[in-house]
Design a protein. Structure first.
Length: 328
């Protein structure tokens, strides 16, 4: 009987991991621990609440409302369910908001990570027969800051440029240090520019496709601005692969598409579906790190990770989802 607890389990990435684990029967039960937070104004804009669509069925899913900063509540949930795996995706996931609210970013990425590891340590020590398999910390490509080379690998210099990246990196340090101290097997995942159905944080990929549906102009910040756009299913697959593989123990992996592509190329794929689409290229936002490709050689070599979705395929699936499910 394998139990998985996913912090931030109601979110974009957490819910996709849950779906995969249950579908493939890698877990018998998923505990989704979430504070039911939201970062977008649900009244303003063209906000669409995707939360219900994330869970077509609640079979083998238990939802626990809890904030990871509340140690007492968190540790009692962890001791109650004694999960074999914990995927820690809960965090303030937006750079802009983290920069405005450093304290909240610290609480969600650093303090909460300490709390979870501490709670795992307690259940490990209280029951020697209990087998804890893996703590998976979700970091970000923002830990690298401005990429010094077109492609970065896991060893490349970490020089975060904003509060979001700084807190994500601090969470990595906490994970590596405390997990080694308490002999807790861990894996760190560095995703980048994840896109696809049911995202509702209004990051660039979502804004672009929704603007296209709504016949609104698209503003591209930076002619040569590149991101390693990663389809949600590839990220979920790669993360689960890393968590389940012995070769993933105490390792860090870039889990992305492995190909930096310009924002313009994303819009050009969209233009094939929306020939009328209008876009304007503006100056790049210099507060954002300049990024590119995250090498996935390590994940390929150790885990056999192979992303399935090209940007074109990912946009196609995302487009079909929006067309089928929403008001467009
Ligand atoms: N989406 C991306 O492109 C991307 C890229 C790199 C890294 N990440 C990281 O992946 C993780 C998940 O991101 P996402 O895109 O799924 O975001 P999301 O907002 O869709 O999901 C995050 C979930 O965590 C919950 N949450 C936040 N703070 C919490 C707290 N303190 N206690 C309990 N629940 C809390 C929210 O309610 C939400 O349901 C984050 O750690 C983010 O930094 C995401």
């Amino acid at each position: 009987m394998k139990t998985t607890l996913i912090t931030g389990g109601l979110g974009f990435i957490g819910s996709s991991i849950c779906e995969l684990l249950l579908k493939k029967k890698y877990s018998d039960k998923c505990i989704l621990l979430d504070n039911f937070g939201g970062y977008m104004n649900p009244i303003k804009d063209n906000f669409i609440d995707f939360r219900k669509q994330r869970f077509p069925s609640l079979k083998n899913i238990i939802i626990e409302r809890c904030d990871t900063s509340n140690y007492k509540a968190l540790s009692s949930i962890i001791s109650k369910y004694k999960p074999n795996y914990i995927y820690h995706t809960a965090a303030l996931p937006l750079a802009k908001v983290s920069n405005l609210n450093n304290e909240e970013a610290k609480i969600s990425s650093v303090d909460s990570t300490v709390n979870i590891i501490d709670a795992i340590n307690i259940i490990q020590n209280s029951n020697k027969r209990f087998k804890f398999n893996r703590f998976v910390y979700f970091s970000s490509s923002m830990v690298y800051g401005d990429f010094k080379t077109p492609t970065v690998n896991e060893q490349s210099e970490k020089n975060p440029k904003d509060a979001y990246g700084i807190m994500k990196l601090a969470g990595e340090v906490v994970t590596e240090g405390l997990c080694k101290l308490h002999k807790i097997p861990y894996t760190i995942i560095r995703p980048s520019a994840v896109y696809g159905p049911k995202d509702m944080n209004r990051r660039v990929s979502q804004i672009f496709i929704e603007n296209a549906f709504e016949k609104k102009k698209i503003y591209i910040q930076g002619k040569n601005e590149k991101l390693d756009f990663t389809y949600i299913k590839d990220l979920a697959n790669g993360s689960v692969l890393a968590a389940r593989s012995k070769k993933g123990v105490n390792e860090i992996f870039n889990i992305t598409c492995g190909k930096g592509q310009t924002l313009l190329s994303y819009v050009i794929y969209l233009k094939k579906k929306f020939p009328e689409l209008n876009y304007i290229i503006q100056a790049r936002d210099k507060t954002k790190p300049s990024r590119g490709t995250l090498s996935i050689k390590k994940a390929k070599r150790l885990l056999g990770y192979k992303p399935k979705y090209s940007l074109k395929d990912g946009i196609n699936e995302y487009f079909n989802f929006l067309k089928k499910n929403f008001r467009y």
